[in-house]
Design a protein around this ligand. Structure first.
Ligand code: KIV
Ligand code: ZN
Length: 499
């Protein structure tokens, strides 16, 4: 059966999800799980965008050997060289060069003529090819481009050495039949395209990203770019799990499959949801909590008679299982096994530290997968931290202003500050702000939720702050909501301090 390559861009386009900022430690965990999932290509980031992105790509390139690691670059010399440098340690590197081809982008964004774009494409792809054997070229906004000009640019990219030609529907404008027609047109009218892999990259502005990608596969595309849970810029990208399970469930129609280990889909989805801080809708196709639940009596009756009456794929096939609970008698071995099953690849030091926290929690309650993920994510957040919460005391009441005294350890030294505030959380945040020395911190968002059910649940606080025009998010977990909130604020400040 023909194989469709899965190009995952959760770490690049997925990180462009509004309000999302993912730490390097979190990105590495996700990359390792994507490798386990059987992804063919992981787009690890856009190195020219920031030093943090370049460092993350370089770290992932060194850690992931089983699949190709791609880095994005605009069609400019500096970007291409920065991408090549970040990929130096990759076993299978790919430079992904892009430039827009639609008139609207040429006129208003690039301020270039069509001739400029053709020349830039040739120069940038040639340079990338001289630095890396595997080069992909993307014609941004392809679906709104003049078709003949698009083919001319793609032909230039092939001539310069691109092995993969990507046709993005950048603004989610396409509809399935029309998009399939575009792929067929490009295949027919692009000189030299036979030696290249055709790829598609669809955004979900009209909710058609998966449908457009699948129509393109039917029309001859051999690579699909997608993200776990459909995360991404604006309404997101095509969801990886939907593409994979559509091709597998309807192999009779598509006549092709991917190399994805579908049983890893649910845990990959949960890992990404928890590390990106974006909850899944319950009715999310393939991996949502309700994806395999049957409510009506008629459906339940049918399911009891024969599951195939209302089930086109089994929950087990995508790794959806019952909730597993660990208790205070669970040992480190069971805990480590559970970490692996949840998609984490922690070293001994990290797993020992998390086990200690798990034990403390297990003394008080049964520990669910969500609790474990909250513990591990909190630990990963604290790596490389400048500030750590040591202790706090708060006085509060309904007729007095709240007062907080907070002690942080800052690069090994212990520092304390007191502050007043409108309520205990405001007072504690004011004390932490004073300790940071930054005088224009603005709290943009603050949320607190229970990770699991019950009075003894772990509370997870998330905050977003802005400092000097930059936005930073943080998360904190504790059975005490004040502690969780202060940890979240400190974690956001750490991102600012380590920027
Ligand atoms: O949506 C898009 O066009 C992109 C390109 C950079 C591939 O993300
Ligand atoms: Zn995109």
């Amino acid at each position: 059966m023909k194989k469709i390559r899965i190009f995952d861009t959760t770490l690049r386009d997925g990180e462009q999800t509004p309000g999302v900022h993912v730490s390097r430690a979190h990105k590495l965990e996700i990359a390792r799980q994507l490798e386990r999932l059987g992804t063919d290509i992981i787009e690890a980031g856009f190195p020219a965008a920031s030093q943090g992105d370049a460092a993350a790509v370089s770290e992932i390139a060194g850690a992931v050997g089983g699949c190709t690691v791609a880095a994005l670059a605009r069609a400019v010399e500096g970007d291409v060289r920065t991408a090549a440098k970040a990929l130096e340690n990759a076993a299978r590197p790919r430079i992904h060069v892009f430039i827009a081809t639609s008139d609207i982008h040429l006129e208003h964004k690039l301020k270039m003529t069509r001739e400029d774009v053709v020349r830039r494409t040739f120069e940038a792809v040639s340079l990338a090819r001289s630095l890396c054997e595997d080069v992909e070229f993307s014609a941004e906004d392809a679906s709104r481009s003049d078709r003949d000009f698009l083919c001319e640019v793609l032909a230039e990219a092939v001539k310069a050495g691109a092995g993969t030609l990507n046709i993005p529907d950048t603004v989610g404008y396409a509809v399935p039949e029309d998009f399939a027609g575009l792929i067929a047109y490009v295949r027919k009218h692009t000189p030299g395209i036979d030696g290249a892999v055709i790829s598609v990259h669809c955004h979900n502005d009209l909710g058609l990203a998966a449908a457009n990608s699948l129509a393109a596969v039917k029309a001859g595309a051999e690579q699909v770019e997608c993200t776990v849970n459909g995360l991404g810029e604006r309404a997101g990208n095509a969801a990886l799990e939907e593409i994979v399970m559509s091709l597998r469930t309807r192999a009779d129609y598509f006549g092709c499959d991917t190399g994805i280990e579908a049983v890893q889909l649910a845990r990959t989805s949960r890992l990404v949801s928890s590390l990106y801080g974006i909850a899944l809708p319950k009715n999310k196709a393939v991996v949502g909590e309700n994806a395999f639940s049957h409510e009506s009596g008629i459906h339940q009756h049918g399911m009891l008679a024969d599951k195939r009456t209302y089930e086109i794929m089994t929950p087990e096939s995508v790794g959806m299982g019952g909730v597993m609970v660990l208790g205070k008698l669970s040992g480190s071995h069971a805990f480590e096994e559970r970490l692996k099953e949840l998609g984490y690849t922690l070293g001994k030091e990290a797993s020992d530290a998390c086990f200690k926290e798990f034990k403390a929690l297990a003394d008080r309650k049964d520990v669910t997968d969500e609790d474990i993920m909250a513990i591990v994510n909190g630990y990963l957040d604290s790596l490389g931290a400048v500030y750590e919460l040591d202790s706090f005391q708060i006085q509060s009441g309904n007729k007095v202003r709240s007062m907080a005294m907070v002690t942080l350890s800052c690069r090994g030294a212990s520092v304390s500050e007191a502050a007043l505030g409108d309520g205990p959380i405001d007072a504690a945040f004011n004390a932490v702000s004073r300790l940071s020395g930054a005088d224009n911190i603005k709290l943009e968002e603050y949320n607190i939720k229970a990770v699991t059910e019950g009075a003894d649940a772990l509370g997870e606080a998330t905050v977003k702050i802005s400092v000097d025009g930059g936005r930073y998010s943080g998360r904190g977990v504790s059975t005490d909501i004040l502690e969780a909130s202060i940890k979240a604020y400190v974690s956001a400040l750490n991102k600012w301090a380590g920027r």
